[in-house]
Every structure is written in structure tokens, then in C-alpha cells.
Design a protein around this ligand. Sequence first.
Ligand code: GLV
Length: 321
Amino acid sequence: MKKIFITRRIPENGLAMLREKGFTLVLSEKPRPLSKRELIKELKKNPYDAVLCLLTDTIDKDVFDAAPSVKIFANFAVGFNNIALEEAKKRGVVITNTPGASTESVSEFTLALILNAARRVNEGDRFMRAGKFKGWGPPMFGRDIKGMTLGIVGSGRIGAEVAKKALRGFEMKIIYYDVIRNELLEKEYGARFVSTLEELLRTADVVSLHVSLLPSTKHLINKERLAMMKKTAYLVNTSRGPVIDENALVDALKNGVIAGAGLDVFEFEPKTAKGLTRIENVVLTPHIAAGTEIARQEMARLAVTNLIAFFDGKTPPNVVV
Ligand code: GLV
């Protein structure tokens, strides 16, 4: 029987699908990601046929070397920047992901961060908890997002869904930048394509990042580009932490270069850049945009469907390489 190593407990629906098919499952029960050393140690214990891994697992040359019998790594994630794709390709190891599993949950959460940043929900919450509320009064607090221009960077599934929700739910104006144009975004959501990231940064009141992490997108938002944003603008990131130079963002937030930010992902995850957690005008959440029950279960279903298809001799539906 095929043996699968699962690097961390995933939702039961996925495990049940695998058990039903008769796979032998070996599961790490640690309530945290395995370190690379631990992963390698585990993989050396058995000649596994497949690994179901998470975005927190670094799957590189050393891991492939430790698991020569593994023919497929099914990533329990939409992103796959944790996997050395060229190395996998060279060895003929199949890599799959779970596209679409979190489009709804991440786009909703992106709107939550946009609203939180502009309406300063987290600051209000801290104010209440500190016992500072002395009664209602006329001072102004927060800004309406209706009519603001939302700049979407990366117009894939999630970027497009954020645009839709922002337009239909909050009447924001949409502009977007990507290396390829997205007709749906332009035709259905009236989004205006801008041909450079710089133009988007100079125009948008809210900049929301929806790109994959690639060598070309690492530090896409750096000191110079933060300086191009409006002083009144907000930056939101639900993609991957290293897309932003986080130290530069800390400086920008401290020095009023931009008005605020909402971050669900971090450059040195799970750590945050020095000083970030002491800044008031930033909302920080622990990579939970895709954390809903529906999204997690769908992610489990898709990851497992890829494995089952592979061992049925079919091409898995979501092959990356
Ligand atoms: C989450 O960040 C994912 O890539 O699925």
C-alpha cells in the first residue's frame, strides 16, 4: 500500500478521503511546523511514496535527497514558493498545489484589513481595552473607503475577487497592475489597467498585494516605492511577506510616509521586523486570511485529490511542475 507522510494534521475530510482509498498515513502530530531537520529525519524513517506538505515546509534539494522514493509532494497551499521547483523538475518529482481553495476567504480578509486600516478598528479596540473611552464626541476618527481608489497589484483569482468585492460592496474605484492584463477585471469590474507599478502607487488610496513570491516580486515594495505612495494611502498584504521590505515599511509607517497598513504575512514569518508590533497604525494578523473552515477543508480536498489522481495513474488536476 502507498505510504504518505503528512507534515502536519490537516482537516479530517482530507484524511478520510485518503484512508478510504487505503493509503497508509503517517502524520506529524506536532502543533507547529516541522523544522527542516525534523522533516528530513521523519522522511528517512520510511520509504514514502508521497508527501503532503505545508507552505511552512522548505522542500529543497536536501529534502528530495532524504526522500528518494517520494514521487509527489502535494502542497497544502495555494502558493508554492516553499518548494524548489527546478530541482523537482530535474528529478521528475511532481509538485501540486490547491488553487482556488482560498479565493473567497482571502479576498474577504483583504477587505477586512482594508476596512480595519482605514477605519482604525484595531486602534479603537485597544482604546477600549485600555479604559480610555470617556463617552461619544465629535472628534474625527478614520476615513470612509467609498470612492477611494484601490490599486490591485497582481490580478489573479484573489486580486480579481478583491476588486469585485471592493467595487460592488464598497464602491471603490479599481485600478490594477500586472504583467498580463485581465479582461474580466476590466470588463466586469471597470478596473483601469495601469502600465507601471509606479503609476499605481502614485494613484491609489489603498494598495493591495496579490502576487506570487518570485525572485522578481521579492521586495517589490521597497523604500523607494513606499515613497511613491500617497501620504494618505494604506498598504495591505495578504500575499507573501517578502514582497514587502518590512524594515522599510516600519520606517515608512513611523515617519508618516504612508497612513497605515494591514499585514497578514511577514517577511521573516513567524517573526516580525523590529519595531513593527509597536506601531499604532498597522493591523497585524498571523497569516489567517485562508484560515476559515470552508477554505481549509477545500484546501485539504484539493491537496488530497491531487494525490489520489496521481496514484490512480492520472495527471493531478493542479500540477505545478
Ligand atoms: C496561503 O498562504 C496559501 O498559499 O495557501
